[in-house]
Design a protein around this ligand. Structure first.
Ligand code: PEP
Length: 266
């Protein structure tokens, strides 16, 4: 953590929960965050499945926890069966959206060109866009991890202006660490986060890069979160499996708040 950047911790529920258990989880997350005095100390977000957004948003009420979609269309409206626009997300109370999760890049073939368009439309709509980047295991084994991620960053940000993307949060999610129980070591995460920040410096400038939040995702849990968050270029996490248990998610939020306090942030 770095004192200059407020931590961001997001819970990506993926295609899990049903309506009742999603509401229960939201209530429990709010209670755990309040109990730990965490609400307001960090930026926390939940990303439920589309059909539950409205109800989960109502459950969040006026809390500081952001509601977010797990994806958005690159189009504003029209004949795009099955897609959800950024306007629709905003309409049901979303203030954030995940873009380019590896389950969409690799499972559904979304490429950097499409993700660039999604990043543009989400940013222009004022949403906090959580842009996921990350290498596969074979790319890491070939020693190409940093080059692959830099290429994804350049393709996704492209020509977008700094004022358009000033709310973007970059999530470094090594594909081999997602849902596998394997995490990047804190040192490997730090190396990649620093390299991502360097790319942001080249794309924009050092002030922009110093301000931008770069979070880590990939099998983060209540036990390993603090060591990862203690790295100077890690500004929080995108959490899958562990976000489905309110106490674990709150513990990860607490680890982020404590790491930030230890770095001098408040
Ligand atoms: C994710 O889906 O973004 C993720 C990081 O999942 P998990 O924490 O389960 O590895």
């Amino acid at each position: 953590m770095h004192a200059q950047r407020r931590p961001f911790v997001g819970g990506n529920w993926k295609m899990n929960s049903d309506l009742a258990s999603g509401v229960e989880l939201t209530d429990a997350v709010l209670a755990s965050l309040a109990e730990g005095g965490l609400e307001g100390r960090i930026d926390a977000a939940v990303f439920p499945p589309f059909p539950y957004l409205f109800t989960v948003g109502r459950t969040l009420g006026h809390s500081n926890v952001l509601l977010g979609g797990q994806d958005c269309s690159a189009e504003a409206s029209g004949a795009f069966t099955g897609q959800v626009s950024v306007g629709m997300l905003a309409d049901v109370g979303c203030r954030s959206v995940i873009i380019g999760h590896s389950e969409r890049r690799h499972g559904l073939g979304e490429d950097d060109e499409l993700l660039h368009e999604k990043l543009a439309i989400a940013s222009e709509a004022g949403l906090v866009a959580v842009l996921c980047v990350g290498e596969t295991l074979s790319e890491r084994d070939d020693g190409r991890a940093e080059a692959v991620v830099a290429h994804q960053m350049r393709g996704c940000f492209g020509t977008l202006k700094p004022e358009t993307v000033d709310r973007v949060v970059v999530a470094y999610e090594p594909v081999w660490a997602i849902g596998t129980g394997r995490t990047a070591s804190p040192e490997d995460a730090q190396r990649m986060h620093s390299s991502i920040r360097a790319v942001l410096g080249q794309l924009y400038d050092s002030r922009f890069a110093a301000k931008a939040r770069v979070i880590y995702g990939g099998s983060v849990n209540a036990k390993n979160a603090r060591a990862i968050f203690d790295q100077p270029d890690v500004d929080g996490g995108l959490i899958g499996g562990a976000s489905l248990k309110a106490d674990d998610f709150a513990s990860i939020c607490r680890a982020a708040a404590e790491a930030w306090t230890a770095s001098g942030g408040h």
